[in-house]
Design a protein around this ligand. Sequence first.
Ligand code: SF4
Ligand code: SF4
Length: 380
Amino acid sequence: MIVNSQKRSFGKGCDVSLFTLGTMRATDNFEKMYALIKSAYDTGINHLETAASYGKAEKLIGKALQKLETSENIFRKEWIITNKVLPKGDFNYLKNNFEKSLKNLRLQKIHNLAIHGINLDEHLDWVLNGEGTDFLKWVIKKGFVDQIGFSSHGNYKLIENAIKSEVFSFCNLHLHLLDQSKIKLAQLALKKNMGVLAISPADKGGRLYSPSDILLKASEPYHPLELAYRFLLSKGITTLSLGATKSEDFTIAKKLINSSQKLTSSEISALENIEKLAIKELKSSKCEQCRSCLPCPSEIPIPQILLLRNISIGYGQLEFAKERYNLIGRAGHWWEEKNASFCLGCNECIPKCPSNLNIPDLLKQTHNLLVDKPKKRLWG
Ligand code: SF4
Ligand code: SF4
């Protein structure tokens, strides 16, 4: 079934649908990958996103695209493929791995290649001045990819530097309704005519497919995930990644596959109700994510930790916030390294906060609320 869906220009590359199938969670077996790519097609999605580091993903995609061509007349040339490569290794290592990726995908070329996880300054340096430079020149010169982009879980300044480097023409960022801290960066990238993909607005955006009762009620008559998608699309974010695991995960995307228009008054009112909910629950203790409290001498990621407090108390997404909090220090450079227990109580941050928050107290409270099975409560 051919679905006519709206496409948006994605940097210097081919136009993509408003939703992108992220394949990270589709790697269990061939049947699953095939069914999800077919569901994506039936939804009107033309953009697949994967990575060499997603286990068997490339091989399963290669096989699925071939079978879709022979069994369903869904031709490989209809898909726009984004692959990602980690910022490490020398030219020969990268070249060999890239050739292996093409072989796995059963393709002669892909459209977009992203540097997977520019999370540290050294990763950006690897692209701009290190081993990455020659490799990226090579893939472009050989016509193996149309454009180079990056994904990042790094800090604001690093992402800003990457966007301003003029090397990339698209980026994959954490852009969420409940965490709007990177929206300005997305707008900066869009202004530079870069394509912008929102990473996991459903899951990493607060596990919105499983909303709390208070969040569900506040967002009526919409589902919170539908509102989150509409919020991002109306901000001009080019495409939203959908890490589907089953066909039902496409339901909202099917509804919104052509919905990049401005927010309606009814949607604005529902979004305002969600904000009112957070204000009611958090009272005057909502962290506004302005980052004025940084740097902290103990390198505590204050805004990120207080964001988890906002999400757990303000919107009722406690389980999500717990999971993220307890990953701190356990995911290398893919997430924060220090949790609130590293606070020295020096109080240097307090006068810097325009919202007059008692940051050390809120950090203690957040730690006690979110830390899993603490052997010993650190405070209180
Ligand atoms: S009180 Fe804690 S969070 Fe604030 S600056 Fe000092 S160490 Fe950092
Ligand atoms: S200065 Fe205050 S409001 Fe701003 S990010 Fe830090 S804690 Fe949040």
